[in-house]
Design a binder for this molecule. Structure first.
Ligand code: F3S
Length: 282
């Protein structure tokens, strides 16, 4: 069996940086309570390890007042300006591990909305990254997830439209949405804020799945970027499986002489990818 692991599988720069920040703080301040704003990563195993080490996940601003003072780490997805200011005034020490690429979107949205532009965020409104981005707009931002939605949306004709994307959004879908909006001949500018890490991972996944008989996509159940990888691989390889760990692999999925491709979402640690690789090889 030939097993190939995608070079871009696993942690991206921003997630690696955020996770390392938490471990670093645990080392430097072993006696100080450490909190993360929301789960630092979409990976159950990493989260369980952090919990064992005493890291607590905070889900709402109401919880903060009741907790002993400590360090609160903002995850790579980022937060809205309102949440950030609340955290800052809570008496906790705030460490901002927002990915610099997400931070850049916050700055664009803040500036362009301040100049009177209508902000459109192409992405999933349910995703915390998008909610954070929307929260930096000085005027109500519109979230659009599909070309159909773009077709039904008519912004104020007086306003210039500024379109940005969720970093993990599918590049082709983003282009289609932008095209749909410019068809209506609004004065619009689109800033492609899709992260290169995602694009590269998607491109490599498409290429690898096209050459593989069996494809494994590893990632947490709630990771949107893993779900997208799965959709892409599925188009090229009908034997694509979405798994969380090596234990999910059923023996009947594998056959002798098959070429197996492996990729993983941005939140999948290296050791999990290696376990899947070993299981396939054995
Ligand atoms: Fe940042 Fe890109 Fe990862 S935006 S969090 S490096 S997917």
């Amino acid at each position: 069996m030939k097993v190939t692991v995608a070079k871009t599988a696993g942690f991206c720069f921003g997630v690696k940086r955020a996770v390392e920040t938490v471990y670093e703080q645990l080392n430097v301040h072993p006696d100080v309570p450490i909190y993360t704003w929301g789960p630092i990563i979409h990976n159950e195993e990493v989260l369980a390890d952090l919990e064992r080490r005493g890291v607590k996940t905070i889900e709402s601003l109401d919880e903060i007042g009741e907790l002993p003072k400590g360090i609160i780490i903002v995850r790579a997805h980022g937060v809205s300006r309102e949440v950030f200011e609340h955290l800052d005034q809570s008496g906790m020490r705030v460490i901002d591990a927002t990915c610099p690429f997400v931070k850049k979107i916050h700055r664009i949205v803040e500036q362009k909305s301040g100049e009177g532009n209508q902000i459109i965020v192409v992405g999933s409104g349910a995703h915390p990254e998008v909610q954070g981005i929307v929260g930096w707009s000085k005027t109500p931002a519109k979230v659009i997830e599909s070309v159909e939605e773009a077709g039904k949306y008519y912004p104020d004709a007086e306003k210039t439209v500024c379109i940005v994307a969720q970093t993990t959004f599918n590049y082709k879908k983003f282009k289609d949405v932008v095209e749909k909006i410019s068809e209506k001949s609004y004065d619009s500018t689109a800033v492609d804020t899709i992260c290169n890490a995602t694009y590269e991972r998607q491109r490599e996944a498409a290429e690898l799945s096209a050459q593989s008989d069996i494809m494994f996509v590893i990632g947490g159940k709630s990771s949107s970027n893993t779900q997208k990888l799965y959709e892409i691989c599925r188009q090229h390889c009908p034997h694509t499986h979405y798994i969380q760990t090596a234990e999910d692999i059923a023996d009947e999925w594998l056959w002798t002489d098959a070429s197996v491709g492996i990729t993983a979402g941005a939140s999948t640690p290296k050791n999990i990818i290696e376990e899947v690789q070993t299981k396939c090889q054995n």
